[in-house]
Design a protein around this ligand. Structure first.
Ligand SMILES: Cc1cc2nc3c(=O)[nH]c(=O)nc-3n(C[C@H](O)[C@H](O)[C@H](O)COP(=O)(O)OP(=O)(O)OC[C@H]3O[C@@H](n4cnc5c(N)ncnc54)[C@H](O)[C@@H]3O)c2cc1C
Length: 418
């Protein structure tokens, strides 16, 4: 779609949040355009065909808190099959890598940490004093480095950078499903009917005049209302400039940085030797470790997941480093013949992605309240959505989508009042 010169509502970003907002405004009678820098919709939701018979979600893959996840109903409406196989995260397919007695010890240490963290969050709410989650690791516990590794998968960073209050605010119903054809593919289908301008990078939002003036790589347009959904790491570096400036938003975004998680998919020869939807993780006693999903949906592949500083180091080491690390680690667990059986197909580099600069948000200690600050509209004209603005489902795709719907409701509400 070519760029209109004026619209009622401009939505910046066609990720889950932007699409959620656009869909919610579809029958509002308002003219709407979604301005997207990439040549595709979905943002951090992106499914690729890594090989003719291997579907790979480069970004989000799990319908977290599936019993409360708005994408589950959408999947039903769009005829996307939802797979309800339980995630294998707590089990281990190959005992050699992580013998059961050790695994049980680790799970007990992990659960004890979560219990202490929950108590600490209660106390923090009472006292109004937030703190860093790593303070609730048991001093000297030998599993601490691996508990930190789990944090790098969940939060995208180590526990010393995670607010205990924010961590506790996340609503995990512990039901996690998947979309067989890919979460990114579902988002693309969800966005198919939205009015989009792709390859349109917004550089300036000038809200000094009567109408909001937006400058993009494809020219200018004006809007009555603007919904901003770009990731916090871009707001933090002012990749989009606001005039007048919005220091509170920049400050909020800096308190809610995107951590880093990266994925790799390896083709697997002789797949029958490994169980379908199994989990592989070693008792490495290190934070620098990957976690592996064997044969997702029964496909002939292994998916690796890395987070935090280790993911950053592997990204910085250049293309192929994530795959090489995965093959080394898996061969260490399963035997050297896996070097021959595994072939790199695709990998993410979310920190290097200019339109994401990371994977998902967490609040730094002392900054849990910033999600509300970020979500608050400015002058009844600028509205903010995106996963980082979700009070309870931040860091997720459905949290992002719901936040877009919330912002669309605020736009409509502001018109009713005006
Ligand atoms: C590796 C990985 C694994 C994940 N796993 C899961 C999971 O299993 N389950 C889950 O629920 N979530 C998961 N997530 C998180 C989930 O993908 C995100 O929380 C969600 O997709 C964010 O949606 P959003 O709309 O807030 O932001 P985005 O998807 O980032 O959308 C923002 C859009 O704005 C665009 N944009 C940026 N700058 C500009 C500009 N200047 N002008 C115009 N457009 C711009 C971007 O290109 C993007 O399309 C994962 C993410 C990653 C990276």
């Amino acid at each position: 779609m070519s760029l209109p010169s004026e619209v009622d509502v401009a939505i910046i970003g066609a990720g889950a949040a932007g699409l959620g907002a656009a869909r919610a405004l579809q029958n509002s009678g308002l003219s709407v355009i979604v301005l997207e820098a990439r040549d595709r919709v979905g943002g951090r939701g992106h499914t690729i065909q890594a090989a003719p018979d291997i579907t790979f979600d480069v970004g989000c893959g799990w319908l977290h808190s599936a019993d409360q996840n708005s994408f589950v109903k959408i999947a039903g409406q769009l005829n996307f099959e939802v797979d309800k196989t339980r995630p294998p995260w707590r089990e281990q397919a190959v005992h050699k890598a992580f013998p059961p007695p050790l695994r049980m010890e680790f799970i007990a240490a992990l659960d004890a940490f979560y219990d202490r963290a929950e108590e600490a969050a209660k106390e923090a709410r009472r006292s109004g004093r937030d703190s860093a989650a790593n303070l609730y690791l048991e001093p000297g516990n030998r599993w601490n480095p691996m508990i930190d590794a789990i944090s790098t998968y969940i939060n995208g960073c180590e526990l010393d950078r995670v607010s205990i209050l924010d961590m506790d605010a996340y609503e995990d119903t512990e039901i996690n499903w998947r979309v067989r054809r890919g979460y990114g593919a579902l988002m693309a289908a969800y966005g198919a009917s939205c009015p989009l301008a792709l390859n349109t990078q917004v550089t300036l939002i000038d809200h000094s005049g009567k109408r909001v003036r937006i400058e993009t790589s494809q020219g200018r347009l004006s809007a009555d209302k603007v919904i901003v959904t770009v990731p916090t790491n871009l707001l933090a570096i002012e990749a989009i400039r606001f005039h007048p400036a919005l220091p509170d938003k920049v400050d909020a975004a800096r308190g809610l940085p995107l951590g880093l998680a990266d994925k790799v998919v390896l083709a697997l020869d002789e797949p029958e030797a490994l169980p379908k939807d199994g989990s592989l993780r070693g008792a490495t006693m290190r934070t620098e470790m990957g976690t592996y999903h064997l044969r997702p949906f029964g496909q002939a592949c292994i998916e690796g997941y890395f987070g935090g500083s280790f993911a950053q180091a592997l990204e910085d080491a250049g293309d192929g480093a994530l795959a090489a690390q995965s093959i080394d680690e898996i061969a260490g667990f399963l035997g050297n013949d896996y070097r021959r059986k595994l072939k790199p197909l695709a990998q993410s580099r979310w920190a290097h992605d200019p339109f994401a600069r990371g994977s998902y948000s967490h609040a730094l200690p002392g900054h849990a309240g910033k999600r509300t600050v970020l979500a608050t509209p400015v002058d009844g004209r600028l509205f903010f959505a995106g996963e980082a603005t979700s009070p309870n489902f931040f860091s997720t795709a459905h949290g992002a989508r719901d936040s877009g719907e919330r912002a669309a409701g605020e736009v409509v509400g502001s018109l009713a009042r005006g």
